[in-house]
Design a protein around this ligand. Structure first.
Ligand SMILES: Cc1cc2nc3c(=O)[nH]c(=O)nc-3n(C[C@H](O)[C@H](O)[C@H](O)COP(=O)(O)OP(=O)(O)OC[C@H]3O[C@@H](n4cnc5c(N)ncnc54)[C@H](O)[C@@H]3O)c2cc1C
Length: 234
């Protein structure tokens, strides 16, 4: 059952030019599965409430983290002004975008800020050394939009069964990536064993639907092998 609690911000981390993570001090044991989301309410105002994925893993026991793309909205502006010691009201856990540990091979397709629950799941698998074979295909407009690059680089180093393939709309000197969009050719070259994998798709609804159709209609992946999380609001 989700619980609503008032919590203090422990730390704010800038991830890129428009994305920040907020680490919260949560009393008692953390109660969520990697990939789930919470609601965040600012100033106790129901108008200032958003659903946000938990970007930390249950193995990171000292805090609960969410990560928000900051826009021109009132919610974003107020959130952007918060610092360590300020309070927010959260309710959690929600959601079914969680790892099915019975599948040894996983693929994640993500766009932009849609990386947040995937970061949580990957960190959990790596910390627990679950042995799952994971491929992440992560699409962004440009390298400046990539979130959690350092985290994923560190995870790839310590857990050889994780591979990350970046897809960018524009080239970037010194950054290994495919230029373009996630399409049939990208899936076939980056995930040649795609027929053996359970897929997790996360991002803006339009992107998730395009990925779902690509997998289902162009590549023949069956519906039960595709799990989606739509970031409604983008
Ligand atoms: C299950 C789930 C998980 C999610 N997880 C995440 C997550 O991990 N991270 C994340 O960032 N999002 C996540 N989202 C999306 C999130 O809930 C918000 O909908 C999204 O972040 C948009 O919020 P916003 O601050 O842009 O506000 P909105 O009010 O939705 O703003 C929408 C757009 O309108 C513009 N706008 C609004 N007000 C003004 C204004 N006064 N002046 C000018 N422009 C304005 C904004 O710039 C923005 O481009 C998730 C959604 C769901 C359903």
């Amino acid at each position: 059952m989700p619980v609503e609690i008032k919590v203090k911000i422990k730390e704010v981390i800038r991830r890129n030019y428009n994305v920040k993570s907020f680490r919260l001090e949560v009393p008692g044991p953390l109660n969520f599965k990697a990939g789930q989301f919470l609601s965040v309410k600012l100033k106790d105002d129901p108008q200032l409430k958003k659903y946000l994925s938990i970007s930390s893993s249950p193995t990171e026991k000292c805090y609960l983290e969410f990560t928000k793309k900051l826009t021109e909205s009132d919610f974003s502006k107020i959130l952007d002004s918060l610092k360590a010691g300020d309070q927010v009201v959260i309710e959690y856990p929600f959601g079914k975008f969680v790892l099915d540990e019975s599948f040894p091979k996983i693929a994640f397709l993500s766009g932009g800020i849609g990386i947040t629950p995937i970061r949580s799941i990957c960190k959990y698998v790596v910390d627990k050394n679950l042995g799952s074979d994971m491929v992440l295909v992560y699409a962004n407009q440009s390298v400046k939009d990539v979130v959690f690059k350092d985290d994923f680089d560190a995870m790839v180093k310590s857990y050889p069964a994780l591979r990350v393939a970046h897809v960018l709309c524009e080239t970037q000197a010194g950054f290994k990536c495919t230029v373009g969009r996630i399409n049939r050719e990208v899936i076939k070259s980056e995930i040649p064993d795609y027929q053996e994998r359970k897929f997790y798709l996360c991002g803006p609804p339009q992107m998730v639907e395009a990925m779902r159709l690509l997998l289902a209609q162009e590549l023949g992946v069956s519906a039960e092998m595709i799990v989606t999380e739509n970031f409604q609001g983008y």
